[in-house]
Design a protein around this ligand. Sequence first.
Ligand SMILES: [Zn+2]
Length: 258
Amino acid sequence: MIIDTHSHIYLPEFGEDRNSMLSRAENEGIRLILMPAIDNETHLSMLEIEAQYPGKCLSMMGLHPCSVKEGYEQELKIVKEYFEKRRFVAVGETGLDFYWDRTFTKEQYESFQIQIELAKQYDIPVVIHSRNSIDECIKVIKENQQGNLKGVFHCFSGNEKQAKEIIDLGFYLGIGGVVTFKNSGLDKVMADVDMKNVVLETDAPYLAPVPLRGKRNEPAFIKYVAESLAKLKEVSYDEVVRNTRSNFYKLFTKVPMP
Ligand SMILES: [Zn+2]
C-alpha cells in the first residue's frame, strides 16, 4: 500500500479522466491520496473529491504561498473558518515561494506563521512549500519548534545540510519526481538520508518523474519515485513502500491505519 502525500487531483487537469486516473492509482497500490489546498478558488472542488472518494482522498486546508496577494486576509479567514467547522488531515500547503514573485514577501511570512499556529492548535502536520526559500522556511520552523510542531517539507530538493536541518527539527522530507531527474543532485543527497525521514508524493499534476517528465503527473506515477529511491538506497521496492508508509502513520497520527 502506497500513500501519495501530496496530490492536487481536484484540479481541472483531471476533469476529463479523474475516475480512470484514480483506478490506475489503485492498480499501482495507491490506497490513500492527500490533497493540499491552494486557495478558495479550489477549496470546494477539493472537498467535493474528498466526499466522492471517502477514506481514499483526504483534504488538507490552507493557503498556498503563491496565493498570498491582495485579499489574502480574507483567504486566511476562510481557512480558519473551515478549521472551526471540521477536521483536516494537515495544514497546507503553506510556506514561502520566492521564485515567482517577491512582492508579498512580508505577507507570505505572516500567512505561514498563522498556518503554523493552526497546525499547533489542531495538533496536525504542516505541509511546507519552499520554492527558492528552503533556508528561510527552515528558519521559520526553527523559531516555532517548541517540540510539538511536525510536518513535511514537500517536494524537497535541497542539499545535504538542509536535509539534515529539517530532520533535526523532527520534520519529514516529501520526495517526488525531482529525485528521478538526473540533473537535480537530489539523488546524491538522498543516498545519505535515512529512509525513516521520508514520505512519498507526486505533486500531481506537476513534476512528473522520469520517464514521463514533462507530462501531466498523476498518483500512479509514484512508482517511479519509489523505484528510484530503492535504487539509490540499494533496498527493495517493497522496503521503500513499507518504510514510507510507516513514516506516514507516525506523522499523520489522525489518519486511521487500515
Ligand atoms: Zn503542491
